[in-house]
Design a protein around this ligand. Structure first.
Ligand code: HOZ
Length: 429
């Protein structure tokens, strides 16, 4: 497979962009080779600047649940673009999208839109602190909640991929308010509450997607909720990845545990930069201008982004039963096929899939937390990634990320993926 043009494009990018990329994981450093430079996306496929086609299991890291350049979303975006790109003033589209979200989640009264998942989480944390008048927060090792200062502590995703789960440039004075607990381990959370009487909130990815794909145990989430209630702390679900992905109601729709605040991103913007945080009116009304907690953004609720989000969510709501059942069946078909192909080659692979999210670890033991995830064989992952790329299949370029199925991916494509994986696993063994 010729990737010369991507290699050249990367060299050129490295001269003017740090590491040649605008988000670290994209650089392919942990899997080797150079990143593909993308010319366009078409349904299930990514097409690079050398005109190679790949079945895309990354889907822009989650947003593209209907695949690339979905017709309905594209039309909605073009219609909105023609009316103006940004106003910095309210539009009815914001109210409509917020209303749609409130109608889906009975426990959500109000929503505020921002431009990214990082911003959504950062704002939700400030709101939780302002509302409870407490300073400390609890996060879990290996969970990634964007790159804001207080949350870049033992973080997953790129931070883990590059072996620096905590970043220089974040003053210790800021992170002293961030307490760490162990995923799926309620005792470690109890320890945090013993240690501090000043905990504003506990934030968790209920389906962790940034240390690889690691679902929470249902009982663990229930216990977490009870513990937060007991101590007067808010429970925040970071559903930037799992929102509208795991099910129409995200992880909440699967587990039934209701958080106090929830953050969204990715699918909620249908491929445009959108994030949101949401919750009960008594909490959300603490936000400025109604309340004292300040949060703002010129591009928040951008009309083009709202149009894409609406087109995406309306399609999902209309086709809920068909879409999610079929996405989950495909995700399971893929991971079960990968597992059996790996096992035929004598390679241990742990797999999981919920809704349209999936993950696999080169590990002989089940992965339930960050330490387990870190014990996976990243060299094997790199070999698999390189091999699959040569066969025309694009997986996330780190062991510590999640895969996504879009409606554009067919059973036949999945079967081809498994066939290619059989070949790659044999070569690896
Ligand atoms: N941290 C993102 C995935 N969890 C990667 C985003 C990107 O590189 O686009």
């Amino acid at each position: 497979m010729n990737q010369d043009k991507s290699v050249k494009a990367y060299e050129k990018a490295c001269r003017v962009i740090p590491g040649g990329v605008d988000s670290p994981v994209r650089a392919f450093q942990s899997v080797g080779g150079t990143p593909l430079f993308i010319k366009k996306g078409e349904g299930a496929y990514l097409i690079d600047v050398d005109d190679n086609r790949y079945v895309d299991y990354v889907q822009s890291w989650g947003p593209l649940i209907f695949g690339h350049a979905d017709d309905t979303i594209e039309k909605a975006v073009i219609k909105a673009v023609k009316k103006g790109l940004s106003f910095g003033a309210p539009t009815k589209a914001e109210t409509k999208l917020a209303g749609l979200i409130c109608s889906l989640f009975p426990e959500i009264d109000k929503v505020r839109f921002v431009s990214s998942g990082t911003e959504a989480v950062m704002s939700a944390i400030r709101l939780a602190r302002g509302f409870t008048c407490k300073d400390d927060i609890v996060k879990f090792e290996g969970c990634y909640h964007g790159h804001s200062d207080s949350l870049l502590v033992q973080a997953g995703s790129g931070a883990t991929t590059f072996g620096n789960p905590s970043s220089p440039g974040v003053p210790a004075d800021l992170t002293k308010h961030t307490l760490l607990a162990k995923y799926n381990d309620i005792k470690s959370v109890k320890e945090c509450f013993k240690h501090s009487k000043n905990i504003a909130c506990v934030i968790i990815e209920p389906l962790a997607g940034n240390m690889g794909f690691v679902p929470a145990d249902p009982k663990f989430l229930e216990d977490l909720k009870a513990l937060c209630e007991k101590h007067g702390a808010l429970l925040i679900f970071d559903e930037v990845m799992s929102g509208f992905r795991a099910s129409l109601k995200g992880a909440q729709g699967i587990y039934g545990t209701v958080p106090d605040l929830v953050t969204f991103g990715k699918v909620i913007g249908g491929g445009m930069p959108v994030g949101a945080f949401a919750g009960r009116a008594e909490i959300m009304d603490s936000l400025s201008p109604q309340g004292p907690v300040y949060q703002a953004g010129t591009l928040s609720g951008n009309p083009v982004a709202m149009a894409a989000g609406l087109a995406s969510l309306e399609q999902l709501i209309e086709n809920e039963a068909v879409v999610y059942a079929s996405l989950e069946a495909k995700a399971k078909r893929l991971v079960e096929g990968l597992k059996s192909a790996a096992s035929d080659a004598g390679i241990a692979l742990q797999v999981d899939a919920i809704g349209s999210m999936f993950g696999f670890f080169f590990n002989d033991k089940p992965v339930r937390n960050f330490a387990d995830a870190l014990s996976s064989d990243t060299k094997r992952f790199a070999a698999f990634h390189q091999g699959m790329l040569k066969e025309g299949f694009y997986f996330a370029c780190s062991q510590f990320e999640t895969g996504f199925i879009s409606t554009a991916i067919s059973d036949a494509m999945i079967d081809d993926t498994i066939e290619a994986a059989q070949k790659v696993f044999k070569e690896m063994a």
